[in-house]
Design a protein. Structure first.
Length: 189
């Protein structure tokens, strides 16, 4: 059983490395304005369902508490990373999460290497920008809602889907882009 656990951990980490390499390649390809070398992979029923999955914020106190507790392992990691990155996490009630802007050090380097401006770890958004755009925070807030539903399962699921689909076709990222568009459209009204 122990060997199976180690095998699962190592294969998930390998999937994460493959996904990071794919995302980096997509960023370089986008910057060079060269078409992608292969057509996007066809998403199965789970991928299609996840690509439209934009969970709403919990509305009841018990639901909010359950979401906070379920995502808390990721949130603790996010807070530690934020503090180690020289940032100061601030609670942003409009997004329902902590936002840490202007992160530096290894966190900023990791974001830059994969071509990202920000990422969410549990209820913590880490942004390289000093002042983050509303659309970026709306995108990351969708990831926070996903973490509330999937909890610690989000991390391995994200890595596996990243290895399979890369960043552009990643179902969880597609859902976050959809959620950000919806949030920005309702704000413009």
């Amino acid at each position: 059983m122990r060997r199976l656990g180690w095998l699962g951990l190592l294969s998930t980490l390998a999937a994460g490395l493959i996904g990071a390499a794919r995302q980096r390649r997509e960023v370089v390809t986008r910057l060079a304005v060269v078409p992608p070398p292969t057509p996007p992979r066809e998403q199965g029923p789970v991928g299609r369902a996840l690509s439209g999955w934009v969970p709403a914020r919990p509305t009841t106190r018990p639901g909010q508490l359950a979401a906070m507790v379920w995502a808390s392992p990721l949130t603790v990691i996010g807070l530690v990373v934020a503090l180690l990155s020289g940032g100061r996490p601030r609670w942003r009630p409009e997004y329902g999460c902590f936002v840490t802007e202007g992160v530096r050090g290894p966190s900023a380097l990791a974001l830059r290497l994969v071509g990202a401006e920000a990422n969410a770890i549990g209820h913590v958004v880490l942004s390289r920008q000093g002042t983050s755009a509303k659309a970026l925070l709306a995108h990351e807030a969708v990831h926070v809602r996903q973490a509330e539903r999937l909890g610690p399962l989000l991390f391995p699921l994200y890595l596996w889907l990243s290895a399979r689909y890369g960043y552009r076709q990643h179902p969880i990222e597609q859902a976050a882009r959809l959620g950000a568009r919806r949030a920005m459209a309702t704000e413009a009204i």
